[in-house]
Structures are given as structure tokens and as C-alpha cells.
Design a protein around this ligand. Structure first.
Ligand code: GLU
Length: 309
């Protein structure tokens, strides 16, 4: 059914209003010290449709740390640079009930690409002659997907995490000990932490999501940016593994393939409709933005975005 822009905006504003009851629930991440310095009450939402309409609300220009939303970028890069078989021989595809930085879901390989062990593995599969070139290629992907969006490298976040990330260092060394990769573990870890420290605003990420929703085609030019099999696998992994150990419950209640990060962002992809990014830094115990997951649930119901309905 065709709706006027102002009517859609009104509906979205009503959804935001309903989500406000959650705005004081949860805690901002503090295990990466610099992440605790954010404005706890910050809020932003962007919806970018596959036909190019953009709906922005709140502090939509604010750059925040993408953290694990970057696991989408890394998976796409690994799948572009290697065969599907190579990638999924080193990382699994199954959800895990363990927290994102656990060493337990590493049996022969990490459970999936959206927990830390899996993303450290996919990071090791990005091509480039050194970590600077590999990082630059990730930046180029974001730039292309977001049509020159607004993003940057957040050096303070990087320094804060790299100097405290003993758990991820343990994961990187453990993976290396299992011959999942043969590069220097500290170099792979450094690139992983750098990619997590990319900052972006909600519109940039929603544009990225809109390209995935658009089967990999650029929204404006209709050029193919990402091969469709990579798009399909990425969205499928977002659906099954994107919301930490609550991915199954979230998929059942919200019905939008999504990936969250401890920076407070959640990126959702509704195939053939839109990319949606919410930012609100107070997190639940699993690491998901409380306002973010609830707003996505409300938007899904009120705007008919549930992929199963
Ligand atoms: N850089 C974070 C870490 O490795 C990412 C965690 C997340 O957003 O899930 O702990």
C-alpha cells in the first residue's frame, strides 16, 4: 500500500515514542574503558529503503563505535577474498549459547563468524600485503556500500581496547595454536580491534544494510557491489547468530536479521525493503542495545517488517 512520506514519518515517530519506556534500562559497555565515556542517553535511528528513501531521527549525524557490527564487514571481505568452502572450513555457521568473547565455542573452529573467535578468524582471511592495506580495503567496502557515508577510525577506542583486550588476545593465540591461521596472532588481533574501532553514524550503516536488502545492488546506480550468494549468506548469519546468545529469541520476536555491537548500535536488514540502524548505548546483559532491540521489535510489528509474516 502506498503511503505518503509524512505518514511514514509519523508512524516511525510513534514507534520511537513507544520505545522510550526502555531508555533508562541497561548499562553502557565499560570493559572497553573508552566506551563508557559516551552519552548514555544518546539516540539515533535511520531507515534507508531499497528505493533510496531515507528517514533519519535523533542524533543521526553522531559517529559511534560500530564494534561487532563490523563482523558483517569482515565476513563479507573474507567471502570476497576466499572461496565459501575455505571460509566455512575455518569458521562454523551455528549459533552459540556462550557469550561473544568466550573461548568455549571454539572446538575444531569458532562456532560462527559473529562471535569474537569467528570474526578474528575471518579477519585473518582478509587479503592484503600488510594490516594497513587490509584495513584500507575494509574502509573501501564501507565507503562503496554506504555511497561515501560518514565514518572514521576512532583512535581512542582502538587504543583503549588494544591495551585491555586480554580475552581476545587469548582467543587469537588459541586459534593460531589450532592452525586456523598461521599469521602472527598479535597482527591479526590488531587488525580485528582496528576494524571494531571504526565509527559511523546510523545513516551510513543503514545505507550499508540497504545494499544488502537490495540483493547487493547499489541503491542509486543499481551496480552490483556484493555477489548475491555473499549477501544471502551474510543475511542468513545475521538472522541466526547476529544478536549474541539471544539470537533465536530475537529472531522469533522481531523477525529482522540484525547484528548488534557493544557500542550500542544494531543494524537490521529487511530483504527487498530497507536497512535500519538504531543507536542507543545502554545494553542488556548479552550486549544488545535495550532501546535498539525494543524499537526494532516495535517497528517490525507496526510497519510490517517481520520477514516471516
Ligand atoms: N571489540 C569488541 C570485543 O571484541 C566487540 C564486541 C561486540 O561488539 O560484540 O570485545
Amino acid at each position: 500500500m502506498f503511503m505518503k512520506r509524512e505518514d511514514i514519518e509519523k508512524r516511525i515517530l510513534e514507534c520511537i515514542e513507544k520505545s522510550k519506556k526502555y531508555k533508562e534500562v541497561g548499562e553502557v559497555a565499560s570493559y572497553i574503558p573508552e566506551l563508557s565515556n559516551v552519552d548514555k542517553d544518546a539516540f539515533a535511528l535511520s531507515i534507508v529503503t531499497t528505493s533510496g528513501d531515507i528517514y533519519n531521527f535523533g542524533e543521526s549525524e553522531k559517529i559511534f563505535s560500530v564494534q561487532s557490527i563490523s563482523k558483517i564487514f569482515t565476513l563479507i571481505m573474507a567471502l570476497k577474498d576466499n572461496t565459501i568452502e575455505e571460509v566455512f572450513s575455518k569458521v562454523g555457521t551455528e549459533p552459540t549459547k556462550y557469550e561473544f568473547n568466550s573461548l568455549i565455542p571454539i572446538e575444531q573452529r569458532a562456532a560462527n563468524p559473529f562471535i569474537n573467535a569467528g570474526a578474528i578468524t575471518t579477519t585473518s582471511m582478509i587479503f592484503g600485503k600488510n594490516k594497513e592495506e587490509k584495513f584500507e580495503r575494509v574502509i573501501e567496502l564501507i565507503d562503496e556500500m554506504s555511497q561515501g557515508g560518514n565514518f572514521s577510525f576512532m583512535e581512542d577506542i582502538y587504543k583503549s581496547e588494544i591495551s585491555t583486550t586480554d580475552r581476545n588476545r587469548a582467543i587469537a593465540y588459541y586459534l593460531k595454536s589450532k592452525n586456523i591461521f598461521d599469521q602472527n596472532a598479535d597482527e591479526v588481533l590488531d587488525l580485528y580491534v582496528r576494524i571494531c574501532a571504526i565509527g559511523a553514524n546510523v545513516e551510513t550503516l543503514a545505507r550499508f544494510g540497504a545494499v544488502l536488502a537490495n540483493e547487493g545492488f547499489d541503491i542509486d546506480s543499481s551496480n552490483l557491489i556484493i555477489p548475491q550468494n555473499i549477501v544471502q549468506m551474510t543475511i542468513a548469519q545475521m538472522a541466526s547468530c547476529g544478536m549474541y546468545e539471544t539470537s533465536g529469541e530475537y529472531l522469533m520476536k522481531v523477525g529482522i536479521p540484525s547484528k548488534s555491537g557493544v557500542g550500542g548500535g544494531i543494524l537490521g536488514v529487511v530483504p527487498n525493503k530497507c536497512g535500519i540502524c538504531v543507536y542507543s548505548p545502554r545494553l542488556d546483559k548479552s550486549g544488545n542495545s535495550v532501546v535498539g532491540k525494543n524499537l526494532l521489535k516495535i517497528l517490525s510489528a507496526d510497519l510490517g517488517l517481520n520477514i516471516f509474516l
